[in-house]
Design a protein around this ligand. Structure first.
Ligand SMILES: [Fe+2]
Ligand SMILES: [Fe+2]
Length: 223
């Protein structure tokens, strides 16, 4: 499906020039609708720095939703907020050793964080009063979000792209290079090769532009 208006992609990048007046994300349009979910999820988000990754991916999700108006906003944003909540149930050393080493994307711990994520997300969403239909749609996306080869719906595609896009920011490289035991330069090379895994044209373009800025900010042409 073609995006509605694939313009101003540069403005969608989450690490814009330092003096930019671009809003960091579109919360001003949505008020506090999701705040109870953030609060209910917070005890689980410290694991693996998901309290850094998830808000950044959430903002990318909001940006993608402005271009894909047919997607169900609640399903996309709630799935982004809760997709990695399952990492809370695992030890960080295990997460890095088994989930980010060779074959990590198909490892047992990857599958387990998806299953555990479904369990915890359902708890959080019931506690905060969401309908069973929304809960089922969010759970279906969380289950397999890293290990399923292909997206089945537009909502799933946007969640998966927002999940990946944060890595291309300076913050994403700074945090995730350690999980992969790489330098920022080495990790940026990995990310460049993985742009093809991003599913929408708009998000691929955003990733390329973000990576360019990240490379400049981290002086990756030198070090
Ligand atoms: Fe995940
Ligand atoms: Fe994630």
């Amino acid at each position: 499906m073609l995006p509605r208006a694939p313009r101003r992609i540069w403005g969608e990048c989450m690490n814009p020039p330092l003096n930019t007046e671009q809003p960091v994300h579109g919360r001003r349009h949505r008020g506090k609708r999701y705040d109870p979910v953030w609060r209910a999820a917070e005890p689980y988000l410290r694991a693996r720095k998901n309290d850094v990754h998830v808000p950044i991916s959430f903002a990318f999700g909001e940006r993608l939703l402005t271009l894909y108006a047919k997607a169900n906003e609640d399903v996309v944003l709630l799935a982004i907020m809760l997709h990695d909540i399952g990492w809370h149930s695992f030890d960080m050393a295990d997460i890095v050793d088994k989930g980010f080493g060779p074959g990590g994307m198909q490892s047992d711990i990857r599958v387990l964080h998806e299953k555990e994520g479904v369990r915890l997300a359902c708890e959080v969403l019931r506690k905060t009063g969401w309908s069973e239909g929304i809960i089922a749609a969010v759970a279906a996306i969380i289950d397999g979000h890293d290990t399923r080869p292909r997206s089945r719906t537009l909502e799933e595609r946007l969640v998966r792209d927002a999940d990946k896009l944060w890595r291309y920011t300076t913050t994403g490289v700074a945090v995730a290079c350690d999980w992969f035991r790489k330098t920022p330069h080495q990790y940026a090379e990995q990310l460049e090769a993985e742009i093809m895994l991003i599913e929408t044209d708009v998000a691929r373009k955003m990733a390329g532009e973000c990576l360019g800025r990240t490379r400049a900010e981290l002086l990756l042409h030198v070090i």
